[in-house]
Design a protein around this ligand. Sequence first.
Ligand code: D41
Length: 671
Amino acid sequence: MKPSLEQEARKLQKELTDHSHRYHVMDDPIISDGEYDRLLARLVEIETRYPELSVADSPTKRVGAPPLAAFESAAHSIPMLSLDNAFGDEDVKAFHERNIKNLDFDKIFYTAEPKLDGVAVELTYENGMLTRATTRGDGFMGEVITENVRTIPSVPLRLQKTQAGVPELLEVRGEIIITHKDFERLNKTRLEKGEAVFANPRNAAAGSLRQLDSRITATRPLRIFVYGVGQVVGMAFETQAGMLAALKNFGFPVNEHIQTHISLKEVLDFYRRLAEIRSNLDYEIDGMVIKVDRLDLQQALGEKIKSPRWAIAYKFAAVQATTLIQDIIVQVGRTGTLTPVAILEPVNVGGVMVSRATLHNADEIRRKDIRVGDTALVVRAGDVIPKVVKIIESARKGNERPFEMPDTCPVCNSRVRRVEDEAAVKCINIACRAQLTERIKHFVSKKGFDMDGLGKKIVDQLVNEGLLSSFADLFTLDRQRLSELDRQAEKSAANLIAAIEGSKQISFSRFIFALGIDHTGENAARLLARQFETLDALMGADKQQLENIHGMGETTAAAVVRFFENQENRTILQQILAAGVMIHNDLFAKKIDATHPLSGKTLVLTGTLETLTRNDAKKHLEALGAKVTSSVSARTDFLVAGRDAGSKLKKAQDLGVVILDEAQLIGILHD
Ligand code: D41
């Protein structure tokens, strides 16, 4: 090969990367599309003839790779939190006041960003090279979609060098979108080809990223805008504005409508302006994200389990309607909290019939002066429970009745108590049937023990008949008595018992969730299962240990300790275990033991494993600090050969890689 060819390849790689960045990120091309295509064709020709001249970040690498069998999932090193919503200026002002109070500092400035309606992703750059891309998933775990993301022209395959250099590790977060124009064009071609059209740009973006064949993704007009970082090693930022500027310098598209370092008033003004220009934008936005600009203040404010305290999403007005409040009733929840609920004259709100809306608590009712007989403005935003925003004062006739929170529980009649520092009023009678019923419904629900067939009606009935007085009773329900209950035929009694029996194998996180500990939802349950291997370990934890868990708040920590201190709860737990409930814990993150023989080693798994699934084996190995890769090379330390191992086994033998069978692997895992 002529040395000049290598020079030509390097020059083309660099120039094409620049032109692509100018076109897709800066929207400022300096050569024609035809010229670009000609240069690219030349580079493809050289790299095809001399593959050794290709590089990982060559512009030729954006065409897609051979299809995957399935997406792998991967944990985010720092959870990708979601955002609390604000629906009006009052909510944003309250957010600001809370920040001032919590920080004891009133010169707080914000960054306000359009809230793009796309697919949230995280891109990992190691020493400047794109090495992984994942979806947000549930915030803790996402799917690995690196090959798909590599095809997106506005995603840099390598960070542009800046004065500050390139960080060792940079996790960048952003939103992948399709513009309206591209969406129309995409649907038009799909229609012509007789393919199903996408409902909206968001679905089209999500569907395009869910392709196992990245060559298909490569044909979709995806774009990215980035708005934040996850883990960063080797670089520090001081403000959100500075971080966005740095990301821009690294070559990422950052939305042009972001306002940095602005006051509360400017935030609210900008919201109106954004609402005005919304319809002129070529992409969908559903609101604005407001972030405290200084990162040290962000850190001081901290985060709740699911969302940071330093940011809020101010959504554009949701669909709304006005209707009559026929009545206000009081519901008793699982933890005894009394919640006032408005019974509405049924009304269509953006296509959904709404007949109830939560009123949250007595303070909220007083603040909004909500009365029975009022005409109310009701909103429904996406998946949020309908909410009464305000009442229409001009519609008042004078016969509206103010609401008073009862001072006794509507179910058990015992006196209620107002929780200190909270707006909540609670029934503190632990024997209250309403709480028991709600707790059991929660226990058997899909995200808990998932006892199929044990619906709300049956739980109500079982509690009313005195057949259930704690969770533990579920496991000793007697088929005879069950079938004697009203409407409870023999067959469905048998099905119920089978469902209960089948639920006895349960993961630790679902088990914790099912217990319905105050302030401990799905996410907190997962955090706990990640940290504690067994129920005993969790029960033995003190408040400090719990608070030290990243993402766990003080309130949850205190509630967990209180729950396990309670002797009655401990007795019920013993009964549940005695009834044969078996807890397994896959989430527990074993502390990596650097002395383990597999720690730091690279393994390849091939062939069919009989005892472990490949996925389980991988999880176990990774928990020990080993790396599991898919192809055998000189860097492979061990090949685990299952039944019918083929070419990988042969290659490993040729390279002299140490070969283990499944039994040997299991043996070492247990070392
Ligand atoms: O444009 C967006 N969709 C956007 C989403 C944005 N501009 N900023 C965001 N910031 C965050 C925090 C403050 C938690 C880092 C977000 C999101 N989160 C987000 N996207 C999906 C869930 C949360």
